[in-house]
Design a protein. Structure first.
Length: 144
C-alpha cells in the first residue's frame, strides 16, 4: 500500500472533496456543501485535513472548536468526513482521526465530539474504533 500523507485542507482540494462525498452518497452534491467546505478551508480557527495517496486526495475530515457550548468546556467537533469508496478499509479515516486528536491534545482540548445517525452502523463502528462512545448529549431537532 502507498503511504498516506495527511495535510491541512486547501482551497484547491474542494473539488476532490466534492467528488469523494458524491461517491459516498451516490448522488450529486448540493452547492451548499461546496460552500461549507470552502468556508472551513478559509477559516484558520477550524482544523481540516485531507489524506493523499500518490498526490491524489482520497479522504477528508472537517472539524472545529466550540467554546462555551451548553455547559461543556472548550471542545472539538468533527463536522464531516469521508473516504473515497475505492480506498475504504485502508486506514485512511483512522489516520485522519489520529492526526486530529494529536493536534487537539497539543492545544489542551480534552474532548472531541461528533454526531452520527443512529442507523449509520458503518459510521458508528468507525468512530467506535477511534475510541468514541456515547456522550451526555441528546440531539434535538425542530422541523420547519
Amino acid at each position: 500500500m502507498e503511504e498516506i500523507i495527511v495535510r491541512e485542507l486547501a482551497i484547491k482540494d474542494i473539488e476532490a472533496i466534492r467528488e469523494i462525498y458524491s461517491g459516498i452518497i451516490q448522488d450529486p452534491v448540493k452547492p451548499d456543501f461546496k460552500e461549507l467546505i470552502q468556508r472551513h478551508a478559509e477559516r484558520k480557527e477550524d482544523l481540516c485535513f485531507v489524506a493523499e495517496i500518490d498526490g491524489k486526495v482520497v479522504g477528508f475530515m472537517v472539524s472545529y472548536i466550540l467554546t462555551l457550548g451548553f455547559g461543556i468546556e472548550k471542545s472539538a467537533w468533527i463536522a464531516t468526513l469521508g473516504v473515497n469508496p475505492e480506498f475504504m478499509g485502508q486506514g485512511i479515516g483512522k489516520k485522519l482521526g489520529e492526526n486530529l486528536f494529536d493536534y487537539y491534545k497539543a492545544l489542551g482540548i480534552e474532548n472531541v465530539y461528533t454526531s452520527v445517525r443512529w442507523d449509520s452502523t458503518d459510521l458508528l463502528s468507525f468512530f467506535k474504533t477511534l475510541g468514541f462512545d456515547r456522550s451526555n448529549f441528546i440531539n434535538l431537532r425542530k422541523q420547519m
